[in-house]
Design a protein around this ligand. Structure first.
Ligand SMILES: [Zn+2]
Length: 277
């Protein structure tokens, strides 16, 4: 299997965006940032451009490093004028071989970029989720900034002296989050369920959770038939403080394709039909 250095991945994406004429679109998105923050690419376009499947497949098998380098490539193309802009690459329309039924998801799919088809069963309310928290010590008022990466909020362990703090441990410092100085992003979870057509008699539909953020939130409702593309992720099952070797799985959604909306069956009167015509 082909392997690529980080710099090579970045260069390949840079060439792709330039040669395929994406630069004007990227600049337009950067001008409208943060109202717009995504560039959409069909998988097939990558396949055609790179002429063989090695690199596109590498991207799907190694999405974390690949999407990271694609973002670096975009930053290079935009130049210093758009320094604070973070445009996300969203790859859509994966080949059939990358569509997996929820019941067929296996350990080998973990950390891979895949497509899952199904019905939206639940969509939570969109809520702000903190990404960079600024804490203030209640004793000495020092501010400590800390990036948030896990599900639970991570507080500083102490009021760090090397950041100008008083050195008190967390339980004595009593940290408060400063909302106006912290960074948030929009966040929502979806529950996707296998469509009834794909099931054999007696099979219960299985479900998968999807994490949706930023400009993807609020786009789908229960009943919508969708394809979600993204990285399959997992976290250990937990009970109290013990974590188990068995993992729960969920998808970090990178893009959503809406297949059809569910309409209510509406009885039309003759009068309605005439007006529509
Ligand atoms: Zn302090």
């Amino acid at each position: 299997m082909a392997e690529y250095e980080e710099s090579e991945i970045k260069d390949r994406f840079k060439d792709f965006f330039e040669d395929e004429g994406y630069t004007p679109e990227l600049n337009k998105i950067a001008d409208n940032y943060p109202e717009e923050k995504s560039i959409y690419v069909d998988y097939n376009e990558l396949h055609l451009y790179f002429e063989d499947v090695d690199f596109p497949r590498y991207v799907l098998d190694n999405p974390t490093v690949s999407f990271d380098q694609a973002q670096r490539a975009i930053e290079d193309l935009l130049g210093p004028a758009h320094e604070d802009v973070e445009i996300h690459l969203r790859i859509e329309k994966l080949p059939e071989s990358r569509h997996t039924r929820i019941r067929d998801l296996r350990a080998s799919d973990l950390s891979k970029y895949i497509a899952v088809d199904g019905l939206v069963r639940k969509a939570t309310e969109v809520r702000p989720r903190i990404t960079q928290a600024v804490f203030q010590c209640s004793r000495c008022k020092t501010k400590i900034s800390q990036q948030q990466t896990s599900d639970k909020i991570e507080e500083p362990l102490e009021c760090y002296e090397n950041q100008g703090g008083c050195g008190k441990p967390a339980n004595k410092a009593n940290f408060k989050v400063l909302l106006d100085e912290s960074t948030f992003q929009n966040y929502q979870t979806l529950e996707i369920q296998e469509s009834p057509e794909g099931l054999r008699g007696g099979e219960q539909p299985q479900r998968l959770k999807g994490w949706v953020k930023e400009d993807l939130v609020g786009e789908v409702s229960p009943g919508d038939r969708i394809t979600v593309n993204g990285r399959l992720d997992g976290s250990p099952k937990q009970s109290g403080k013990s974590k188990y070797r068995t993992f729960n799985i969920f998808m970090r959604v990178n893009s959503i394709g809406i297949k059809e909306y569910e309409y209510e069956d509406v009885e039309l009167s003759e009068e309605d039909k005439r007006r529509i015509e």
